[in-house]
Design a protein around this ligand. Sequence first.
Ligand code: FES
Length: 174
Amino acid sequence: MASTPHTSQTHTPPSRYNFMILSMTTLIGIVSIGYLGMIVAYLVPRKGEGARAQSLGTVGADGITGPDGTSYSFQNGVAGPFIYDATGRGDAQGIYAVRKSAASKGVDLILGQTCTHLGCPVGWTPASNSFNCPCHGSIYNKEGQNIGGPAPAPLYKYNFTSKGDQVTVQGRQS
Ligand code: FES
């Protein structure tokens, strides 16, 4: 009796299937790399950004005259808010210039206007000598320390230089 030859069958997926898988994988890879590139470009500051120098203006006995001629008087030692464009792309940030004592002639401190709770703009209240947040009631003292309400941290400080009566802001401290 003749034996039946054993034939082994190998399963080979159709070439169209392989092509589709390869195409999809390549497409997903290209899109992922594109998104990754955009995320990195967004997160990593370009050279010079984040430390842009901007003139605050000319400091006088009673106030500061901005580069556009706007006057900001010191009220109980605080002038502002000024608008600082940290990146040069119109990223406006409110900042205040602070004199710590009545004897100060220039600017001792520059504080951000952004509340460290959820980001509302704080306002200076000369009568209570404090920055007050209108959203949830956080209170900061004249030097930006959080002294009341839900704010978890002090107001941000900004780097600045003084040359004669000129004050230049240059980026937020980390
Ligand atoms: S955002 Fe200022 S207290 Fe909540």
